[in-house]
Ligand binder design. Sequence first.
Ligand SMILES: Cc1cc2nc3c(=O)[nH]c(=O)nc-3n(C[C@H](O)[C@H](O)[C@H](O)COP(=O)(O)O)c2cc1C
Length: 190
Amino acid sequence: MKIHLQTPEEIRPQIWKELARASLDRHHEWRTPVLACVDANGLPDARTVVLRQVDAVAGQLTFYTDSRSPKVAQLMTQASAMLVFWSARLSWQLRVRVACSVITSGLEVEALWQKVQQSAAAGDYLSPLPPGAVLPLGGAADAETVNAPAPAHSFAMLRAQVLQMDWLELSRDGLRRARLSASTWKWLTP
Ligand SMILES: Cc1cc2nc3c(=O)[nH]c(=O)nc-3n(C[C@H](O)[C@H](O)[C@H](O)COP(=O)(O)O)c2cc1C
């Protein structure tokens, strides 16, 4: 059933509720947004990521990644990024302008790593090769590389501070769009 909320006071908390649900429910369509940012040459880059934590009070969204991945280098150079979420169930698109910080050490990272280490995803953060490394012809890493001692984990958190949201609702009754920040709300033409 489609929700048809009317006022900013109803819509804003529902957006955050859906984000929080998505961080807990692997079947929620907002679980896997696209994170877009720019590289050192100002060229756009984008990729799918899994939404892991949501803090509505702080206005923060958290993702896990490999500290050696290109996106980390990009975000360390230019923290400004966009997240794009689409849900057919809600008929809602959400474009979120964020400032991303990369957290590679500290109590929070180590505590999370203890958990991730027990999971099937642990290998992703222990590979001797960084994400995006070119493999030799044939596609497989050579025995020397594969047998190289595993590095210390390269698990990192991306913490995205929400600056602004662009919410778009598709509906038979017409499109509705709004631009909102923590303290502002503007209805826009779709
Ligand atoms: C459904 C799905 C979920 C993904 N989740 C993540 C994620 O949470 N973190 C991550 O670093 N990469 C994730 N990836 C892989 C990225 O999309 C990307 O291919 C990889 O991180 C390398 O990106 P980069 O070269 O821009 O750093 C996911 C890919 C898919 C298809």
